[in-house]
Design a protein around this ligand. Structure first.
Ligand code: IPE
Ligand code: IPE
Ligand code: MG
Length: 237
């Protein structure tokens, strides 16, 4: 792996916690607990590798369909992780952000997230972006409403709507497109994650379950990325 050519923006669909737990006769929530530990390690590893943006899918707008006990546990994770690791984020110069809809979240939860965002907003190392209650289709719907409102107020002309205007209305407005998308646990789908932002991403699927994912697996994905020929619709010289 060439350290001077790591992807600027890596996104991960952290999948397979339930399967990992089931294989061990544990509850699904124990799988999520181990998955959260993996996240802490991978954030550290990404910062060490010099990745600039790491976006992780932690809870989708579709995950509300799961049993209440599981939803409750997943909802509690950001707060408990921030309680344990907020000081590390500051010490390691990591900027923390959350993307997704906050309307369905509890007030205390939102306050905790906002506090961490505020305290780390000037950090210049890795940007850790947690997609929580995130759905890409909802994001595009909200962007569309925002643009329509601006048109109605004569702030934007229809002729001036372009890809840039749309990008600027997404949660990721100041974040570059994804270079490398990783999905663990051997499922080959996107599950409503960053549809706009992955238009030219390289995609890496691995059978490894998220709780088992290690720094060496991230390095393997980056090595694969470094062997790709990114053409963006053009041709090789
Ligand atoms: C990913 O693991 C975590 C979330 C979706 C929140 P899963 O819980 O989806 O694990 P599997 O897919 O059932 O193994
Ligand atoms: C995607 O995983 C969401 C997260 C990793 C948070 P899911 O497990 O929810 O996706 P599907 O249901 O297998 O598509
Ligand atoms: Mg899953």
């Amino acid at each position: 792996m060439e350290l001077n050519r790591v992807p600027a923006h890596v996104a991960i669909i952290m999948d397979g916690n339930g399967t990992w737990a089931k294989k061990r006769g544990l509850t699904r929530n124990m799988g999520h607990r181990k998955g959260a530990k993996t996240l802490v390690d991978i954030v550290r590893a990404s910062n060490e590798l010099g990745i600039k943006y790491l976006t992780v899918f932690a809870f989708s707008t579709e995950n509300w369909k799961r049993p209440k006990e599981e939803v409750d546990y997943l909802m509690s994770l950001p707060e408990s992780l921030l309680n344990d690791y907020q000081d590390d984020l500051i010490k390691d110069n990591i900027r923390f952000r959350v993307i997704g809809s906050r309307k369905e979240l509890q007030k205390e939860q939102v306050e905790k997230i906002e506090e961490a965002e505020e305290k780390t907003k000037n950090n210049t190392g890795l940007q850790l972006i947690v997609a929580f209650n995130y759905g890409s289709q909802d994001e595009i719907v909200e962007a569309t409403k925002g643009i329509v409102k601006e048109v109605l107020k004569n702030k934007v002309k229809i002729e001036d709507i372009n890809k840039d205007v749309i990008s600027k209305h997404l949660y990721t407005k100041d974040i570059p497109p994804v270079d490398l998308l990783i999905r663990t646990s051997g499922q080959y789908r996107i599950s409503n994650f960053l549809l706009w932002q992955i238009s030219y991403s390289e995609i890496y699927f691995t059978k490894i379950l998220w709780p088992d994912f290690k720094k060496k697996d991230l390095e393997k994905a980056i090595l694969s990325y470094q062997g790709r020929d990114r053409r963006f619709g053009g041709i090789k010289e």
